[in-house]
Write a protein that binds this ligand. Structure first.
Ligand code: MLT
Length: 447
């Protein structure tokens, strides 16, 4: 027996597990301290009343023989898929019901989708990046290239001439930087993908936070995107489903991929394959669907009443973001995001490194954030705060922050160079870096 040795190439622990471990250690040693958590983007407001009502009703149905449900369709119940089709239609995007796949959240699907792709694809991700895109591809032994997301390009990197990627991950509004791609920028990516036979995996988990009507909430707002993009959405942040678990993935039927001659000879008579069919095939084998009760809860989110109730919650978090942003302005810290996004991406003051600032905030004011370096090399020197705490905690955290930052911390001496971490080498500005797994896999892992 051999394990999938690619797993030895991922960092020992997932970023948010590492933060939780550090915070729990600190809390154990300092039981009297009131820690305010603004690290992982976990919501604090309860589910909307209309959602709770739907859960109760569905639970009652499950307790009665006539309305009890066993296995559901792996791709989700039509009652929910129809609501999602209608939601897209409001944004003038036509999606067929069979293009909608209900999931237990965007995180699972952005990882699981890699089942459809050969190991020998070049994957392009921004740096900094939501670690799931990187980890899941390292687990499969794929090569990853990093595109440079920096303040100088508004953290929205664009296609570079000469780079030939097969799979591109984009996240807008972005986790962790809060940056949002404009229509023209997304169009540049769609044009690139169509020209290079590449696929865009578009993470739209934070689309509901976009308030500016000029900014795209879906990649399908761009013509041609249905021929090159899969979109991942989530109710986690939109409707407080981080614990309830429900999301949806759109795999358009127009998304067709040319297959290799060998595979053509062996398996099929057409030389193109619809990813929609492959994904359905994958899901029917590996997934048994989201619980009926949860799908009824999700359906309630899309009713007019549900939409009004979740909007109130989103507005509440956006006001928290404003409070954080105002504090940064007051203490003179440069930041990004926080307007069409629940994340504030700030420059660590006094030239501190990300993990140093993490320890400093935890120990001096008991506030937890996420070190930017945890999202990649370009995140070094940055720090992410989320707007998902409750109002009282956000205000208190920012009061403590203001006191700590007045006067501003002294600039730190240049840090010693660190031993090699991932991503590896320091690239030149706007250069792409190829990350090779340290141990070359001898054979393709089974998926
Ligand atoms: C985050 O804090 O980046 C997110 O909550 C993580 C996630 O959605 O998995």
């Amino acid at each position: 027996m051999r394990i999938n040795e690619n797993y030895l190439n991922v960092k020992e622990s997932y970023l948010f597990s590492e933060i939780a471990r550090k915070v729990n250690d600190y809390a154990e040693k300092n039981p009297d301290k009131k820690i305010i958590r603004m690290g992982i983007g976990d919501v604090t407001l309860p589910l909307a009343p209309v959602v709770v009502e739907a859960i109760h009703k569905a639970a009652d149905e499950m307790g009665v023989k006539e309305t009890f449900r066993g296995y559901g369709p792996e791709q989700g119940y039509d009652f929910l898929r129809e609501k999602i089709v209608a939601y897209y239609k409001e944004n003038t995007i036509r999606i067929d019901i069979n293009e909608v796949f209900i999931s237990d959240g965007a995180k699972s699907d952005v990882g699981n989708i890699t089942d459809l792709f050969d190991k020998d694809n070049l994957v392009l991700v921004p740096d900094p990046v939501y670690p799931v895109y990187v980890d899941t591809n390292i687990m499969n032994g794929r090569k990853i290239e990093y595109m440079q997301a920096k303040a100088s390009n508004g953290f929205c990197p664009l296609p570079e001439p000469g780079v030939k990627a097969d799979i591109i991950y984009l996240c807008s509004p972005n986790n962790p930087t809060g940056a949002v791609y404009s229509y023209d920028q997304l169009k540049a990516w769609v044009d690139y993908a169509l020209k290079n036979d590449a696929i865009i995996l578009f993470d739209a988990a934070y689309e509901a936070f976009i308030g500016d009507s000029k900014l795209p909430r879906s990649i399908y707002e761009v013509d041609g995107a249905k021929r090159c993009a899969i979109e991942f959405c989530s109710l986690s942040k939109t409707a407080g489903f981080t614990g309830t678990r429900c999301g949806y993935t759109i795999v358009p039927k127009d998304l067709k991929v040319q297959i290799t001659k060998l595979k053509k000879l062996l398996k099929v008579d057409s030389d193109v394959v619809e990813l929609n069919k492959l994904w359905l095939r994958r899901q029917t084998t590996k997934f048994n669907g989201v619980p009926y009760i949860v799908q009824r809860a999700a359906e309630a989110v899309f009713t007019p009443e549900g939409r009004a109730q979740i909007k109130e919650n989103i507005d509440y978090y956006k006001q928290n973001a404003q409070i954080i942003a105002d504090t940064m302005d007051e203490v003179g810290i440069k930041y990004f995001g926080g307007i069409n996004s629940p994340y504030i991406w700030l420059e660590c003051p006094g030239g501190m490194r990300s993990w140093e600032f993490f320890d400093y905030l935890l120990e001096s004011i008991n506030v937890v954030g996420t070190p930017g370096a945890g999202f990649g090399k370009n995140g070094e020197g940055y720090f992410r705060l989320t707007a998902f705490s409750d109002r009282e905690s956000t205000i208190e955290a920012m009061e403590r922050f203001k006191k700590l930052m007045t006067p501003a911390p002294e600039p730190q001496p240049e840090p010693e160079p660190e031993p090699k971490t991932e991503p590896a080498a320091e690239p030149a500005e706007a250069e792409l870096v190829i990350e090779e797994p340290e141990t070359a896999p001898e054979e393709e892992s089974e998926e």
